[in-house]
Design a protein around this ligand. Structure first.
Ligand code: GLY
Length: 360
């Protein structure tokens, strides 16, 4: 078990082969409830693909649940409302345990709903995708997309317990695995060259993912978030590739490209930007882009899904992390990564170059 303190919250992460049953979850809850208290307070949030996992958790017990459509398209306020309404119908109270069973979308929606239901009820995640395990389920970022902009609204509300049953990965479509693996590559760049080397030993998408790789990624993320829960400094390093990625996701139409594929493309752009700024050593950038390519991600620019360059730039400009008209990008350094701000016309010219598009 890994344990982290995020602000006033404690998150415990359980990486296991099997999907946990209710007895296991009850035993892990702190302070310990009796089993009937836990059962009477459970409320599951799943999607069309993860209902069977909630069934496995519950065994013969029937707990109320809200089932959402799967995919990024569901990451809306409407889904949050569906969760809140279903919780009300199930007579959930502030003592209820909202348990999100799914990947990043379900975790973010369930967490956000839990953060506002009766001003905050108890929340856990059973993370069923690689993206959820390597990134989304740890650190308390919750939320939903608004006006076509990724995660425009949300809250910081970490899950108390996060379960990562690796058996769920064996049924994931390749696209999903690939999406999650990009976050693993991102974490390795931030963590150490040793971690990066480990990812180049073999193509892990063709092999069973070892638990220690996931544990390494979670340990790194947990340490960064423990230091800077509300992202006023170091946590922003976790956005490596993300400013480009979010813009690509928005420009392509939310859901058209997986988050991880966009992140992989965004990391390649961040490498190029870093080299142009004299921050990323060219050799390191080359090594990173080569690794990303070897896993089959698109690294060329413009991305084939960007047909409307204007929409693309608008999306970059409206990045929610923009402060006082400055855009912050994270670029790889000689080790790990560093933030850079872009604000002048010259800076923007550099960006057009990196993106290989003409401003209309
Ligand atoms: N996904 C980036 C973060 O949690 O800060």
């Amino acid at each position: 078990m890994l344990q982290f303190n995020f602000g006033e919250y404690t998150t415990r992460v359980f990486i296991s082969r099997e999907i946990p049953g209710l007895d296991k979850i009850a035993a892990d809850v702190d302070p310990q409830p009796d089993s009937s208290e836990l059962k009477s307070n459970l409320f599951f949030i799943c999607d069309e693909n993860t209902g069977y996992i909630a069934d496995k958790i519950c065994g013969s017990f029937i707990a109320p649940r809200c089932v959402l459509k799967s995919g990024e398209e569901s990451k809306t306020w409407d889904s949050v409302e569906l969760i809140l309404e279903a919780a009300r119908k199930a007579s959930c109270g502030r003592d209820s345990y909202f348990i999100g069973v799914g990947g990043g979308v379900i975790g973010d929606l369930a967490g956000f709903a839990a953060s506002i239901y009766m001003r905050g009820c108890r929340f856990m995640i059973v993370s069923t995708t690689l993206l959820g395990m390597t990134d989304a389920s740890v650190g308390g970022k919750t939320g939903f997309n608004l006006s076509g902009i990724k995660n425009l609204a949300g809250s910081f509300y970490p899950a108390r317990n996060v379960y990562m049953p690796l058996e769920c990965l064996s049924t994931l479509p390749e696209k999903e695995l690939k999406s999650g693996f990009a976050e693993m590559i991102k974490t390795a760049i931030l963590d150490s060259d040793d971690f990066l080397e480990q990812l180049s030993i073999k193509n892990y998408l063709d092999h069973e993912l070892p638990a220690d790789l996931i544990e390494r990624a979670v340990t790194y993320k947990g340490a960064i978030v423990s230091e800077d829960f509300r992202e006023s400094g170091r946590r922003m390093l976790l956005n490596l590739g993300h400013t480009f990625a979010h813009a690509l996701e928005s420009a392509a139409g939310l859901g058209e490209i997986s988050h991880g594929e966009a992140v992989a493309w965004g990391i390649a752009r961040a490498c190029e930007l870093g080299v142009m700024l004299g921050i990323t050593p060219a050799q390191r950038a080359e090594k990173i882009i080569k690794l990303i390519k070897s896993y089959g991600y698109i690294v060329s620019s413009p991305h084939p899904l960007v047909s409307d360059t204007e929409a693309f730039f608008n999306a970059i400009k409206s990045d929610k992390k923009k402060k006082n008209a400055k855009l912050t990008f994270i670029v790889p350094g000689t080790e790990s990564a560093v933030p850079v701000t872009m604000e002048t016309e010259n800076d923007f010219k550099l960006l057009y170059k990196v993106l290989n598009v003409q401003k209309t």
